[in-house]
Ligand binder design. Structure first.
Ligand code: 5GP
Ligand code: MN
Length: 342
């Protein structure tokens, strides 16, 4: 755990400040939940906060309280730049390095003359002035709860803050089932329900909001699934053509990789998704046990993340990328065999 400049930050926040809060590109439940929760909390403390997200986020997160106040850097560039220019500090939430916001926004943030404060749970964080980094914590939302607790402000948590925090903890823990879920996580979740988070509604809003096309795309993904039993590995591919056929919308492929990991005996799962806009293949890796997909992705696919959940990318074609992946597996055979014992 790294806690750097916390007391100094506390003093800095004694005066009302203009604050920008940023999450990573392709924001997920934890990025949206943590940035909005921190905004609600700091606004209540007398600050003036703006959440700026790099790009579009899934429809199933649009109901989050405060979502309508966010600026999107890619298509509300003027408003976003203005908010950044007039801010006294920028909070970086749920990411560890500036390149994670995408190159346009990264350029702007790199020129920022004032200080950054990072709250994040990814490995190998960049060094910024104020830091709260802990790779053992399941979600940035749990860290925001603990940040509020460190400030002795738990009383300020209302239903909106509780709802945002619950959502990010829920999505980053796969609904409280991944290894990172601890008794502390459950205690915090209980407290958030007491503060007004409606757990059944949140699960419904996030997980039971599928379009028919999204289910058809999932059907396509499952029929593309390949299993490599000798490496305890399964992977899924989705081409741009397939995405188009089922009217792909942002967020439609979220969680699909977990179906590959749900196969009995599989401990490494990957999904390769063609992205014609970015002209690359976006990859998600998931693992069980000691096999670190963070290391694997860092070493081979320009990515990273956590030990059991990481992302990456490839500028090769789909078939070249898949071939590269499959060709790498023999050198990890031993690690894959021993990664997860029941
Ligand atoms: P996902 O596969 O859901 O996109 O990402 C899994 C986890 O890895 C998330 O915590 C995400 O923030 C992180 N992640 C995804 N892509 C990258 C990447 O390119 N670099 C790093 N460092 N982390 C990533
Ligand atoms: Mn997260």
């Amino acid at each position: 755990m790294i806690l750097k400049g916390f007391n100094e930050l506390k003093v800095f926040l004694e005066k009302p400040r203009s604050i920008v809060i940023v999450g990573h590109r392709n924001p997920d439940g934890d990025a949206m939940g943590s940035t909005l929760a921190l905004k609600h909390y700091l606004d209540k403390k007398g600050h003036n906060c703006t959440v700026v997200v790099p790009n579009e986020y899934p429809e199933f997160l649009h109901w989050l309280p405060g979502s309508e106040t966010t600026f999107r850097f890619d298509w509300q560039n003027n408003q976003s730049q203005k908010a950044i220019n007039r801010s006294d500090i920028i909070f970086l939430l749920d990411f560890n390095a500036l390149h994670r916001v995408g190159s346009d926004m990264q350029n702007t943030l790199e020129k920022y003359p004032k200080d950054f404060a990072m709250i994040d749970h990814h490995q190998q964080p960049d060094d910024v002035k104020y830091m709260y980094s802990d790779v053992t914590i399941c979600s940035t939302c749990q860290m925001v709860y603990q940040f509020i607790e460190m400030n002795n402000d738990l009383d300020l948590i209302d239903a909106d803050i509780a709802t945002c925090l619950y959502t990010g903890i829920m999505t980053d823990t796969g609904s409280f089932r991944f290894r990172s879920t601890t008794s502390t996580t459950h205690r915090i979740i209980a407290a958030l329900i007491d503060k007004g988070a409606k757990n059944d509604k949140i699960h419904n809003n996030v997980y039971d909001a599928n379009s028919y096309n999204r289910l058809l795309l999932l059907g396509q993904a499952l029929s593309n699934l390949q299993i490599l039993p000798s490496y305890k590995t399964a992977y899924i591919t989705l081409t741009s053509e397939e995405k188009k056929r089922f009217d792909f919308q942002k967020g439609d492929t979220e969680g699909v990789v977990n179906y590959a990991l749900s196969l009995k005996g599989i401990i490494l799962a990957a999904i390769f998704i063609e992205d014609n806009e970015q002209k690359n293949i976006k990859i998600s890796f998931r693992s069980k046990g000691s096999f670190s997909v963070n290391k694997f992705s860092r070493n081979h696919f320009n990515g990273g993340g956590h030990d059991n959940a990481a992302g990456g990318k490839s500028s090769d074609s789909m078939s070249e990328t898949v071939t590269k992946f499959v060709t790498l597996l023999p050198q990890y055979k031993k690690e894959l065999e021993t990664s997860y014992e029941n």
